[in-house]
Structure formats: structure tokens, C-alpha cells
Design a protein around this ligand. Sequence first.
Ligand SMILES: C[S@@+](CC[C@H](N)C(=O)[O-])C[C@H]1O[C@@H](n2cnc3c(N)ncnc32)[C@H](O)[C@@H]1O
Length: 361
Amino acid sequence: MASDSVALAERLLELAKSLQVSAAAAITAESVNGGSGAPSSAQAAHDAKHLIAETCDALMRSVLGPLEYTVLLAESCQESSALYFITSLGVADVIGEDTVSIADLSSKLNVQPRFLSIALSCLLPRGYFEEVGGFGSQVYRNNTLSRILRAEDPQTLKDAIGFVGDEGFKATSYLREAAVARPTAGADAEAKPVPAVNLAYGFEESVFAWMAKPEHPWRGQRMGKAMQQLHRMANGGVISDFPWASLASPVVDVGGGIGSLELALTKAGANGDVKFTIFDIPETIGNAKKTWAAQPAAMQEQVSFVPGNFLAPTLEETKLPQGKPTYLIRHVLHDWTDEQVVEILKNLAICPHHQHAAVGP
Ligand SMILES: C[S@@+](CC[C@H](N)C(=O)[O-])C[C@H]1O[C@@H](n2cnc3c(N)ncnc32)[C@H](O)[C@@H]1O
């Protein structure tokens, strides 16, 4: 083992110890502040965790060397595909609280056992599922990691994995084609690149309009749930590190999706008396309303909904609520080209009398 591997391993140990300290401090701050107020040591714990992950990766590069490390990276698509395959089939759901053999899984899911066996063997070394009775028994049980692949688990990532493994994965495999593609017509052909996801699935509209189409309503619904599941991971810090209750109300959440931020805020009571207006395309607003209809009445009273299009040709046509005191935009701008981002921001800038809260990309 190279000497820099030892140095990295020592650094890792130091970081792991400091993470323990910041995690303990974050728990103390949480209990003192009641989960709201000034930025806490939750941020320090978050930073330490990510530094540890980076250091682990540096250690792997150092131990494996350039060849093995690069092959590992190139082949990681197989594990991603296995995770998507096993999750979208519902393997963890079928196993539930039982132990299930590969033969039973195969007949319940109507897929060839060989495919199941290969995909599961990609995930087992990563810690997903337990092979009961040891290696090769082909009888499986859920464990802490595989449980979050179940639809009913409170921490489920099933829709997030579906969205990333389907639209996300297929789009990324068209990056090269997207980089050289040019729109066939139009004076602004240079200005508007064709997104990889359009090439992958062969549609022309925006990905959100396409996902919301009536021929596959499940795509739009899955994306809504995926956002909720992905953001749940990050929401903890967002809720406690920003003084939400001090914002001027109502807050218009532009491209707010099904309101996953508001679900987390209102559940935690972190918004005080502040009310929210969720603005999104009509189909997403439909999904948002369904989600909120299942929440307690006290939470429902804190949100309202406006369907629209922040890229419509005129401000009036966008249907953006005008003259509200606060506009919030989170995890939206990264989906658009620079030119479109300028359009969206211009539309927000000309809504009079407001303050802005930009969260995330
Ligand atoms: C990545 S999601 C983020 C959702 C939400 N802000 C959150 O943090 O959970 C992007 C959102 O932008 C919405 N969106 C896309 N095009 C839009 C448009 N033209 N007008 C309004 N919203 C749009 C999508 O429907 C989707 O809900």
C-alpha cells in the first residue's frame, strides 16, 4: 500500500472522529433551538460527512491505482442498472418481512431467475439484502438498505430510483448525441441545444410537459414523488438552517412541484404563520393537490395552488401571482439553459414588490 494511502486512512480516522463530535453538537443544538433559528452545527456535520466520502474515494483511487479505479467507475453503470431493475420490479416489496427463494421471486414477478440472480449479486456486495444461510443459498431477506427500496417504507426511495434509473439514466446515455445535435430549423438553432432526454425518448416539448402527458400520467406522478423522496434527505438542514417563519407571507414557490418543501416545513411547524402558494405547470399542480388532500386540515390551510408556465411569452400568460411579498425558487434553474434561466428570472424580477429566497441550484 502506497504511503499516501496510509496518510489518507489516518485523515479518514480523524474526520470520522470529528463527525462524531459535530453530530453530537448538532443533536444538542437541535434540542436547544427546537429545530429552527440560526445555522447550526448540522451544517458542520453535513460538510464533515461529505469530506469523509471524498476522502474514502481518494483512498480507493490510491489503493486501486488508475486502471482498476477507472474500470470500477466505468462499470458502476451495472450496479445502477441492477438497483433500478430490482427496485422497479418490486423485489424488496415481494420479500417484505419474509425470506423468499429466487424460484419464488421469479414466479411471483414473472421474470427469469437468472436475471434476478445476476442483479441481486451486483447489489449484495454493496450491502443490499441478506442471503439467508450464506453465499449461494439464493434465499433472500430484506435488511436496512433494501428496506428503503420498498414502496411502503417511510424512507422509501422507490420512485427516486425509478426516475433516476429510467429518465435520468437513459438521458445520460445520449450525452454525446446531444453534444453534437442541432435543431433542424429556426434562426436560434445555435442558442437552443437539444436536451439528451429529448433525444433518448424522441419528444420535442420540455421534459416536464412530456412527463405530464395523459398517455403516461405515471411519469409525472413518479417525478413528483421522486422530488419528495430526494429532497427529504436534504430537507432536514433546510428546515432548521433558515428562519422561514420570518419571511413575509405569502411565499410563492415557483416551480414548487408537489410542495415537498412545504410538506416538510408545515409538518415541522417551522414556518410559523407563513403561508405558501405553490406555482407549477397544471399537471403537477393536479398531483400536488392530490398529495395535500391526504394531509391534516391544519397543514392544508397553509398552502394554496396556482397553475401556470414561468416561460410563457408574456408575464400575464405566465399566471405568476403578481405583487406577492416573497418568491422562492428551489431545484428548478438547473433544468434550463442559461437563456431560459434569464427568462424565468426576468419574469420573477418584474413581479412587483417582492423579496426573493433562492434555495439550491
Ligand atoms: C426539479 S423539480 C423541483 C420541485 C420543487 N421546487 C422542489 O424543490 O421540490 C422542478 C419543477 O419545475 C416545474 N416546472 C417545469 N417547467 C415549468 C414551467 N414552465 N412553469 C412552472 N413550473 C415548471 C416542474 O413541474 C417541477 O415540479
